[in-house]
Design a protein around this ligand. Sequence first.
Ligand SMILES: [Zn+2]
Length: 283
Amino acid sequence: MQPSVPSLLNGSCRQSSEQLFDTHCHLDLPELSTDLPAFLTGAINAGVRRILVPAVEAARWPGLLQLQQQTSALTIELALGIHPWWAHSATEAQLGVLADMLRAETGVCAVGEIGLDFALVQADEDATKKLHQWQQTLFSAQLSLAAKAGKPVVLHHRKSQPALLAELKRQQFSQGGILHAFSGSTAQAHAFLDLGFKLGIGGTISYERAQKTRDTVRKLPLSALVLETDAPAMPLAGFQGQVNTPAQLALVFSQLCTLRSESADLLAQTLWQNSLTALQLPS
Ligand SMILES: [Zn+2]
């Protein structure tokens, strides 16, 4: 059974008065950008004070810088990079542009959203193999740019955790970052924690069927976790089929409260600090 909205809000600890950091929200995608002021107001009313917007493709990098400069209602942090879903439109030349922007733009705190998505397949095996190889090339190059720039990364994974870990180890990547949309076992979690990453906890934990992930999130050290919505994607249980929004971070937080033994205030404060640490932002 999936929890209803009221049961989410009436959990063992209600929303704390503390500030919340959404470490993964695609404010520039059309579902949110068309009515951005309203979504930002909703987020602020829900206690969100800072949002990391990870890029998905090179064509959107300039727009993100503009969004950051023009938003004063709350603090926008940026990660620039090429998402594996947008690999088909990516070029080698864009990697050069990314390197330049990481050097020149002081408002960019991380490289992302980068990673590997092996659940994406093409019409035939050969084309799928080629696509995954190109994803690997882009990931490897962007990871190395992040290392050169001394910046953390925001990682996308689907059926690809072993391959991500192998590349992080091969490059001896030491800047850490966030494994976005974490799901999995305690062993899977520790493999990334050992490499200096934190785990992005989102709407997945609101689904009763996600027992393994909920159990893992219950047991991990609090220092391992950060909050995220992944809006407009990944709606919470009870909101399937709707556009997810950054205001829903309060519900993700409420769900986390029901899984953890710490007080809401301690959770909120630690998650905020964890987000700053993962993204190498000053306190
Ligand atoms: Zn994302």
